[in-house]
Write a protein that binds this ligand. Structure first.
Ligand code: IMP
Ligand code: MG
Length: 175
């Protein structure tokens, strides 16, 4: 089997990722002073970012997961399906959606609209990466670690057909 890691061009080294997540964690702590955050991690890709983010935060959290899917290979379809719903009631809670990347924006728009129907007190969104130029629908992102160009990324949770999630840096796949 050929090695996916060797085909990647490094975009962000792990130290750089951790440093930036630390800055965002600090900002979140400031914004949520005295509150508890219901963190909703979007499976599977955002697990990696979620762990590093919440471990750097001082604000108490409760962790939930949700899974939706819109992707086949490297092209977003805009067809979102719910694969795993929440396990608890989020009404009246301060919700922070933690997602790996915002690309077209369809996934986060769908998620935010769905979560809004469950009557949380507030909803904010944190993403590791933002491919701004690819946006096809309007969605406000509250916390962004890095903005990137339109390149397909792999590693640190990002997969290509489910492979490469545990590569410790974020790299681009030049196809
Ligand atoms: P959106 O609905 O187009 O914003 O797509 C968001 C989803 O597409 C993310 O949750 C990722 O799973 C996936 N995705 C978008 N770009 C990439 C990428 O460069 N690498 C890996 N997955 C990606
Ligand atoms: Mg995803």
């Amino acid at each position: 089997m050929d090695n996916l890691k060797d085909k990647l061009n490094v975009l962000f080294e792990k130290e750089e990722i951790q440093k930036r997540i630390g800055e965002v964690a600090e900002k979140i702590d400031e914004d949520y002073k005295g509150k508890e955050i219901l963190v909703i991690s979007v499976l599977k890709g955002a697990i990696f970012f979620t762990v590093d983010l919440v471990m750097k935060m001082k604000t108490p959290i409760v962790l939930e997961t949700i899974q939706v899917s819109s992707y086949q290979g490297t092209q977003s379809t805009g067809n979102i399906i719910m694969k795993k719903d929440l396990d608890s009631d989020i009404s009246g809670k301060d919700v922070l959606i933690v997602e790996d990347i915002v690309d077209t924006g369809y996934t986060l728009k769908y998620l935010k609209e769905y979560l809004q129907t469950l009557n949380p007190k507030s909803i904010k969104i944190a993403v590791l990466l933002d491919k701004k130029e690819r946006r096809k629908t309007k969605i406000d992102i509250d916390y962004t670690c890095f903005e990137i160009e339109n390149k397909f990324v792999v590693g640190y949770g990002f997969d290509v057909d489910e492979k490469g999630r545990n590569i410790p840096f974020i790299g681009t796949l030049e196809e």
